[in-house]
Design a protein around this ligand. Structure first.
Ligand SMILES: C[S@@+](CC[C@H](N)C(=O)[O-])C[C@H]1O[C@@H](n2cnc3c(N)ncnc32)[C@H](O)[C@@H]1O
Length: 218
């Protein structure tokens, strides 16, 4: 079998694993319980990717009229709470109906959440979105590089990519057993290619730990 065929099989297999695991109610309940516990802590003790998110949000000059914030791959919805001190109107989408059911029940704002796949976004469908956020989405996708380029091509005004992971080898997806004994997909981008992708577009960006802020041209 040629190497490329093997890689296609692997990606296909990882797509299946990924779409199965994100259907489970217990995965999102576990995430929700963890998030609720974390939200009760003093802010200084929040997980580092939340603090990085605040650092990015603090660096965006949000006007008096609210900014529209779209959280893609919102999961059980913790970022609606993390956004509460910012002048934004929050919307979250996730391809998992289970995640959306839980998010709708949890945060007292059911109309802020709906089912949606990042692959269905287009420049037209998000033309009024000011801030597009992907928190821990690229690092769970079997084809993180493809998703990264797709999202960059939407050229949104302010883009936040949380929990981006790198390798010096070729970009790769792999599986690992995490909580509840379930198998999850993880993705690491080839570091050089990732930065080249940003540099060749000649766009402004800043890095805060594993979180990227990218300024689009719209
Ligand atoms: C690691 S969780 C992150 C949840 C949340 N953003 C957070 O940071 O707490 C990844 C989320 O991405 C969602 N997801 C995976 N593939 C997706 C896709 N193609 N479109 C939209 N959401 C997707 C999963 O259902 C899951 O809720």
């Amino acid at each position: 079998m040629k190497n490329t065929e093997w890689q296609d099989d692997e990606t296909h297999n990882h797509e299946r694993i990924s779409s199965n695991v994100w259907k489970s109610e217990d995965v999102f309940q576990e995430q929700l319980q963890l998030n609720i516990k974390q939200l009760k802590k003093p802010k200084e003790e929040y997980p580092s990717h939340w603090l990085e998110f605040f650092a990015v949000m603090d660096s965006i000059a949000i006007p008096k009229e609210k900014y529209k914030f779209l959280d893609v791959g919102c999961g059980c919805g913790p970022y609606i709470d993390l956004c509460k001190n910012y002048n934004v109107s929050y919307q979250g989408i996730d391809f998992s109906p289970m995640a959306i059911t839980i998010a709708k029940k949890t945060w007292g704002n059911p109309s802020s959440f709906s089912v949606g796949d990042y692959k269905d976004l287009s420049i037209e469908s998000i033309k009024d979105v000011d801030i597009l956020h992907l928190g821990a989405l690229l690092d769970v996708l079997p084809s993180g590089d493809e998703a990264f380029k797709f999202i960059l091509n939407l050229n949104v005004k302010h883009l936040i990519l949380g929990r981006v992971h790198f390798t010096n080898e070729k970009s790769k997806s792999y599986t690992l057993k995490a909580y509840l004994g379930k198998t999850f997909v993880r993705y690491e981008h080839n570091k050089t290619n990732f930065y080249q992708e940003l540099d060749k577009r000649n766009i402004e960006y800043k890095q805060f730990g594993t979180t990227f802020y990218i300024k689009g041209r719209r």
